[in-house]
Design a protein around this ligand. Structure first.
Ligand SMILES: [Zn+2]
Length: 124
């Protein structure tokens, strides 16, 4: 039997959450993760962190450890579904926080400018 070098990778990206993918190398894993998130690889590659890796075991869910008939899948149907929902929720929360932060930053900037009595003179 051929030994696969494939592992299960848990990859995290700020703004996209966690992707669980199977790949032989980190490079390949990042490509698979970008595909999972539905974003161009070049945009996320630099920001991807490895949360952990696991040996690939066929038909054993990488998340809950249950046996399932999945062929090349790494997660059972429930975990796959849960992961997608979780990711969507994480993205939603991050987007909300980012908006709030931007708003606060704008308000703080405005406040500082008011104190100085005039606006910013330097245009980017
Ligand atoms: Zn599972």
């Amino acid at each position: 039997m051929a030994v696969s070098k494939e592992q299960v990778w848990f990859l995290r990206h700020e703004g996209h959450g966690v992707a669980i993918v199977r790949a032989e190398s980190f490079e390949q894993a990042t490509v698979a993760a970008a595909k999972f998130w539905g974003v161009p690889w070049g945009k996320v590659a630099a920001g991807i962190e490895v949360e952990r890796t696991k040996p690939l075991v066929t038909n054993i869910c990488a998340k809950c450890g249950k046996m399932f008939w999945g062929g090349k899948e790494i997660l059972c149907t429930q975990c796959e579904k849960a992961q997608r929902e979780e990711d969507a929720e994480q993205v939603r929360i991050r987007r909300m926080l980012r908006e709030r932060y931007k708003q606060e930053a704008r308000m703080m900037k405005k406040g500082a400018e008011d104190e100085e009595g005039r606006g910013a003179e330097v245009e980017a």
